[in-house]
Write a protein that binds this ligand. Structure first.
Ligand SMILES: [Zn+2]
Length: 566
């Protein structure tokens, strides 16, 4: 490989980001990872050279393009660049084919790409016998109920009651030209104009309000997850950890279903979902988890050659305030139900529920410290059982379930949530975007005991961070510096329906091109996801040998597959 400081092909000096800061070798963060993962073979060095050339070419063309306006893809909104990325060699020949291991950060309610979601709904309407379960769409704005039902809301015929005259069968709606595109626009962020982060969060809630009723049907829910798993397998993902809301299926034939409550507003759909879905901590309803496991079985049956597995991280919304008694009760009950469900499935020989998380907009909400004091570092039963309070004899919630908290999704100088989240989250943290603001936390993590995994590992979601306005130019994303400084990272996609980034390939492409990662870093990020695939969270045990051999095999197959293509 050419000297990184002087490159004849650039007619001058070329400085790579890595040459200018941090330790030259860039691998000290991974000193404890297996050697066979960290060292590149001759073939891998060739691949790295190919990848770097493609990236450098893109960068130099963008900077010095004599014919048009210079464009650098990671600096532009992902959706504006998606077509370009999909045709880019790095994407088609390398990232799409690369084994991804685990997708460790994705939200179940927005996990399936919008194209497949629409196909799934159309297929559903074709096959479903029972007319009352046909999916309909609210075709136009309902003047007196526009806060309760957004235009484009999808629901089953039996749910359409008060708005029946505005709801038309989905296939009828889509038979009109351009309506498919319009529906896609209503179910994702699409190419919208400049919006502030809080406006985008409202928009995401409106999108969620459009599909939330569909998940109340067990059969649809199962098929939805089957389609999602299939989409993952196509992108060479073999393991998924789903951030999942508590769900309660309805039985319309018994008249047993819940209308949207008085005061419902679409811009707070996630909050209302938690408010309206009752969870019993002592006898939680795990039918939705059974449905996901059923989808997993079906998927394995269909893709016999693919190994595929999934785990569930149960969620509550951060918009629930731990200082408001009724909302604190909802939060406490959800964590306790998650503990009960975790144990329930373990007793049946399956680690289905692996942990708990708080999701939703971070800015404008309470500090994680407050959730810690009021809820997480309290015994089971606290917050809703009067007699079972603060006698201090019982195990705390934090001792009974692993937390995988979202933290640091903020540009505010005073946001120090990663500090509390890093203490509470034993294995991983969601995003951790602003960790550089709390350097003492970074130091604390990296100077911890020397182990193979420096935890908590950050789940970086580049396209999400860009689309929500936390980091509009991926070249400025701090994840690269985190890794260089010893913080371990993996890449997730967060909300593919909303963002348009199914699989992990798009996010890996953005991270590689925008942040300037090298192949070794990519390999290690992917290997870390294998370690989690073979982790038993209940005991904290990792089957390192299995992770190594599965990763080794998948990577070998990948190298063989791309060999003739490059
Ligand atoms: Zn997330």
């Amino acid at each position: 490989m050419s000297n990184r400081l002087y490159r004849s092909d650039y007619n001058g000096y070329y400085f790579a980001k890595s040459d200018l800061s941090g330790r030259g070798e860039r691998d000290w963060a991974y000193d404890h990872l297996p050697r066979e993962v960290c060292t590149l073979t001759e073939e891998e060095k060739d691949l790295e050279e190919y990848m770097e050339q493609k990236r450098d070419l893109m960068a130099s063309c963008s900077i010095r393009c004599p014919y048009g306006r210079p464009v650098f893809p990671p600096a532009q909104a992902f959706l504006l660049q998606k077509e370009f990325i999909m045709q880019n060699d790095l994407f088609c020949k390398v990232f799409r084919k690369m084994p991804k291991g685990g997708l460790l950060h994705v939200h179940g309610s927005v996990a399936l790409s919008v194209e497949r979601l629409i196909n799934l709904m159309l297929d559903w309407n074709r096959k479903i016998q029972d007319n009352s379960r046909q999916i309909k769409i609210v075709e136009q704005e309902i003047p007196e109920l526009k806060c309760k039902y957004a235009k484009g809301t999808l629901l089953y015929d039996y749910q359409s009651g008060e708005i029946a005259e505005y709801a038309v069968p989905l296939e009828k709606y889509l038979s009109v030209k351009k309506k498919r595109k319009r529906l896609m626009g209503m179910l994702s962020l699409e190419k919208r104009g400049e919006k502030s982060t809080s406006e985008i969060w409202e928009e995401i809630n409106i999108i969620i309000s459009r599909t939330v009723e569909l998940f109340k049907d067990r059969e649809f829910y199962t098929r939805y997850y089957e389609a999602f798993f299939e989409e993952c397998i196509e992108d060479h993902i073999r393991y998924v950890e789903i951030r999942c809301d508590f769900e309660k299926f309805t039985e319309p034939e018994k008249g047993n279903w819940q209308k949207r409550c008085e005061g419902y507003v679409v811009t707070k759909a996630s909050y209302f979902k938690d408010m309206m879905t009752e969870v019993k901590p002592d006898q939680p309803d795990g039918e939705f988890i059974d449905a996901i496991l059923e989808a997993l079985r079906q998927t394995r049956r269909r893709f016999k050659e693919a190994l595929f597995n999934a785990g569930i991280i149960l969620n509550a919304q951060k918009s629930l305030n731990p200082f408001v008694k009724s909302e604190r009760e909802i939060l406490c009950k959800r964590i306790d139900a998650a503990i009960a469900l975790k144990n329930h499935y373990i007793n049946r020989g399956r680690e289905a529920v692996i942990g708990f998380d708080l999701a939703g907009m971070e800015d404008g909400g309470c500090r994680i410290d407050h959730y810690a004091k009021k809820i997480i570092y309290r015994p089971v039963g606290y917050g809703y059982q009067e007699e079972n309070g603060e006698d201090g004899n019982e195990k705390l919630r934090i001792e009974q379930i692993a937390f995988f908290l979202h933290a640091g999704e903020s540009n505010w100088y005073f946001n120090d949530n990663p500090g509390a989240a890093a203490v509470i989250s034993k294995y991983r943290m969601g995003h951790g975007f602003n960790m550089n603001r709390v350097s003492e936390v970074m130091k604390g993590i990296t100077e911890g005991p020397a182990r193979m995994l420096v935890e908590p590992v950050l789940e970086i979601c580049p396209i999400y961070d860009q689309s929500l306005g936390y980091c509009k130019d991926i070249r400025c994303h701090p994840a690269y510096e985190y890794m260089k400084n010893g913080i371990m990272c993996v890449i997730g996609n967060d909300s593919p329906q909303v963002l348009g980034n199914p699989g992990v390939s798009f996010d890996l492409w953005e991270a590689y091109v925008g942040m300037g990662l090298n192949l070794k870093m990519l390999k290690m990020m992917i290997f870390i996801t294998y370690l989690y695939e073979f982790t038993t969270y209940a005991t904290g045990k990792v089957d390192v040998e299995r992770a190594k051999s599965e990763f080794g095999q998948d990577w070998k197959n990948f190298m063989k597959e791309i060999k003739d293509d490059l």
